[in-house]
Design a protein around this ligand. Structure first.
Ligand SMILES: Nc1ncnc2c1ncn2[C@@H]1O[C@H](COP(=O)(O)OP(=O)(O)OP(=O)(O)O)[C@@H](O)[C@H]1O
Ligand SMILES: [Mg+2]
Length: 412
């Protein structure tokens, strides 16, 4: 088979790495030819912290997908967590001390530099600065101050920052595993390809991808992405709470959470108890379903309170008439949709990968695989007519920064 006929989506998540190979099928849908999934051990909160184990998991996931599909993989489309791109507003002021007091191009540069001097979070680099408006003495709302007379010049800018280095580390892991990166895609944007309909994007919708280490959210309206944010909270925090609460190992806590966990205490009827094993041969215990849920509920409540505050801050809450769509593995937690609906006060549905697909293996239509399926859709849709992006070599940093800038043009 010719290489161009299929695309490979590679979702590098905090809990699992998933490679999916797909192609166009005659019937007009996408056919998935093979999938490989391995546990991910080298990431924390969506960021690579151990290159070697990430390389190893990438290799194994792709090998498995190659085996299932019978094709040889050379290039992949890979997702980057939404938190890598963030916008902050900032302002700066400079004095104009020359006798003419006439603002020139140098002054504009100076004031923009002053506005840029905000505290940028660790790992984030400024990739773009968009001047919004200027203030000339006390007069605000000035679009172009050059030539005006002033004692003071102020600027309001929107600074876009991106974790270029962590995106670089994702690409490095893929390269070192022996593959090229055909394109990097904003993760939640890939999930959106898989679970949202064009109507939802037009009417306005919030997509919330609750993974293991992070919750990524994006807001679409009028067909385009308007906002992207990542919260460093996910299903693994719930597991951690259960592990502490029951004094059991994270592995057992994970099993208990999936089997009995619920995020809304009021859904529990009656007093049902279950036994769970203790840590490394220690005696386990017995707990009621409602006791377990009392551990879980506050965490999920906290998560959606943060999501809600973020939606409010964007001022877009009135433009999301299609409501919210939940995806990611943690959205499978019982009682979670009920909690989300109560706090967000939006119509809600669970985002399974939509109907334009065939050949997904058993269980692979789960929201856990939405990003990988979305990357395949994205690759098949956007590969045509695009010049090949190749992320490798010495200029990796600037290549990644450039691609992030392009996202802004494409999506914001
Ligand atoms: N049936 C289930 N019930 C409750 N939680 C579940 C279930 N299945 C998976 N999860 C949780 O989903 C999380 C993993 O989700 P997912 O695979 O989407 O994460 P990821 O993509 O690896 O991580 P991230 O997107 O944060 O980098 C884990 O915390 C896991 O406990
Ligand atoms: Mg994920």
């Amino acid at each position: 088979m010719k290489k161009q006929e299929f695309v490979v989506g590679l979702d590098i998540g905090t809990t699992k790495i998933c490679a999916m190979i797909g192609r166009h099928h005659e019937s007009g849908v996408v056919e998935i030819m093979g999938t490989g999934v391995t546990p991910s051990k080298g990431l924390r909160k969506g960021v690579v912290i151990n290159l070697e184990s990430t390389i190893d998991s990438v290799e194994r996931a792709i090998e498995e997908a190659e085996g299932e599909s019978g094709v040889e993989v050379t290039r992949v489309f890979t997702g980057i967590a939404g938190g890598h791109i963030r916008g902050v507003n900032s302002r700066g002021v400079v004095g104009i001390s020359r006798t003419s007091r006439e603002v020139n191009r140098r002054d504009v540069e100076r004031v923009i530099n002053a506005a840029k001097a905000v505290a940028i979070p660790l790992e984030q680099e400024v990739i773009h600065v968009i001047p919004q408006e200027f203030t000339v003495d006390d007069q605000d709302g000035v679009k172009n101050p050059i030539g005006m007379s002033a004692n003071r010049l102020g600027a309001e800018v929107h600074i876009v920052t991106g974790a270029v280095t962590s995106a670089q580390n994702i690409i490095k892991s893929v390269n070192r595993a022996g593959f090229e990166v055909e394109d990097i895609v904003l993760g939640p944007l890939a999930s959106a390809e898989a679970v949202l309909s064009p109507e939802e994007k037009r009417s306005g919708v919030v997509l919330i991808d609750i993974g293991g280490g992070t919750t990524d959210m994006v807001i679409f309206s009028r067909g385009s992405i308007r906002h992207s944010e990542v919260l460093a909270l996910g299903g693994d925090h719930v597991t951690n709470d259960v592990s502490i609460g029951l004094r059991t190992s994270p592995k057992q806590a994970e099993e208990v959470k999936k089997a009995y966990g619920c995020a809304t205490v009021s859904l529990i009827k009656g007093e049902e108890f279950f036994h769970y094993p203790g840590m490394e041969g220690r005696r386990g215990g017995k707990v009621s379903l409602s006791q377990l849920c009392e551990i879980i509920e506050p965490r999920i409540e906290e998560l959606f309170t943060l999501v809600n505050a973020d939606i409010d801050r964007t001022g877009l809450s009135r433009s999301v008439s299609a409501g919210a769509v939940l995806t990611g593995g943690a959205s499978l937690l019982r009682g979670l949709p009920e909690m989300a609906e109560r706090i967000l006060r939006l119509p809600l549905r669970l985002g399974k990968t939509n109907g334009r697909i065939r050949g997904l293996g058993k269980g692979k239509d789960s929201p856990i695989y939405a990003t990988a399926v979305g990357l395949v859709h994205y690759g098949l849709t956007y590969r045509q007519g695009k010049k090949m992006a190749r992320f490798k070599g010495r200029n990796l940093f600037s290549q990644v920064a450039l691609r992030m800038k392009e996202w802004l043009g494409e999506f914001f």
